[in-house]
Design a protein. Sequence first.
Length: 211
Amino acid sequence: MIPVIAIDGPAASGKGTLARRIAAHYGLRHLDTGLTYRAVAHALVAAGKPLDDDAEAVAVAARLDLSAMDRAVLAAHTVGEAASKVAVMPAVRRALVERQRQFAETPPGAVLDGRDIGTVVFPEATAKLYVTASPEVRAKRRYHEILAGGGEADEAVILADIERRDARDMGRADSPLRPAEDAHLLDTSDMTIETAFQAARATIDRALERH
């Protein structure tokens, strides 16, 4: 059986960093599913297409190369804003979920991180983690991350943005952010990335043994 590890959680919880570390450790492919929505939005904007054109967005999703997405380009705030408009389209979500499943089912397996991996994209995943931290901790992490990259930021503005995103992600009708019933909850508020990785690895190892 091809192993698939699902990692869900809110914005800035550290799930992406953890997912990449886990993928490297187990020799699996990694997919940040949030980038797939950003990639569709970026392609639409670059082509001068409207962000509310369902048919065009679905067509872009169908031909997207999930293994060649440029994180640096897609991380831009403007791309994120555009992606939030694309992500609410049910047809686009269905198209991208299908692509994400195809990616995960390709040997040697994959680690997928996002908002609805364990609940919608891969409910039968080998292991499921729900990674979270308090909004204040997440805002502080994002703030220091921006400063370390040479940027400028206001921690209070970041916190307000995180709280808005949480409300939007958890309150949406289609695939809301929530832990899968069988997900292992990992609160990283008081954890280093190493501590979080070791805790995640213990959970994943147990799941792999069962499979």
